[in-house]
Write a protein that binds this ligand. Structure first.
Ligand code: PGA
Length: 240
């Protein structure tokens, strides 16, 4: 695991965008694994800027997002589809048929999840996965538990996560109680992973990750088993 300390959120965002741009330049038809949340927002701003300046072309890129609330309609302004459309899809030349997010309003959840993993495999697997981390150590919505799940699946959100995400909703009771999420194997099969960590409230899971120990009570620590992970952490997360 390579750890890069960035001065602040802005520097972390720009570094992540540069690494994504490098991947797209090296392999214009690459498959990107994308994340939502406050952490990657600045990276999306930078990617959109690079596209608008003619520095980046997404026309052959495919994307797969990590997760989505369930149930939720994609038109809901708290859905992850809405987030992605606002921050990236509407800003760059990704083709609609190349964008993928688990369908939070699917009738048959099991089939939706199984198909999602199959679609990633048939696209050739994820070349570069962007990840954030929860203050409880979750990655995507793989929450701390005795047992973790390999493939894409439906998960019940923990109280910690509901509380953390309630900042985007009118009230805590409006936060959906479930989500569809990539599983640990879905993430670990990615060829390369960039984990972005910003803010003092993320210093605890970062510390656990950097011990090199692996525990399901902090799912991010599983990344210690992956051969190609870059951690981009800002000073607040590093020193918090
Ligand atoms: P955040 O969420 O980027 O909004 O802090 C990250 C996560 O919960 O994985």
């Amino acid at each position: 695991m390579r750890v890069i300390t960035c001065k602040n959120y802005e520097e972390m965002s720009k570094t992540a965008a540069r690494l994504v741009a490098g991947q797209v330049s090296l392999k214009p038809n690459c498959v990107l694994g994308l994340a939502t949340g406050s952490t990657p927002e600045g990276m999306y701003v930078e990617l959109a800027r690079m596209y608008q300046n003619g520095e980046l072309d997404f026309s052959n890129v495919s994307t797969f997002n990590l997760d989505e609330y369930c149930p939720i309609d994609k038109e809901n302004d708290q859905s992850y589809y809405y987030f992605m459309n606002k921050h990236l899809y509407s800003k760059v030349n990704l083709k609609p048929e190349n964008l993928h997010i688990p369908n939070g309003s699917a009738k048959d959840i099991e089939t939706e999840c199984a198909n999602y993993d199959k679609m990633i495999d048939s696209a050739g697997g994820i070349d570069l996965q962007i990840l954030g981390i929860g203050s409880n150590g979750h990655i995507a919505f793989n929450e701390p538990e005795d047992e973790l799940t390999a493939g894409t699946h439906r998960v019940e959100l923990t109280e910690d996560t509901i509380k953390a995400n309630s900042r985007f909703f009118a009230s805590e009771s409006d936060v959906p109680r479930h989500a569809l999420t990539s599983g640990m194997a879905t993430i670990m099969k990615s060829k390369k992973i960039i984990l972005m960590i910003s803010g003092k409230n993320k210093s605890e899971p970062l510390k656990k990750l950097l011990t090199g120990k692996i525990t399901t009570s902090c799912p991010a620590t599983m990344l210690n088993m992956h051969a190609d992970v870059i951690v981009l952490a800002d000073e607040d997360a590093m020193n918090g």
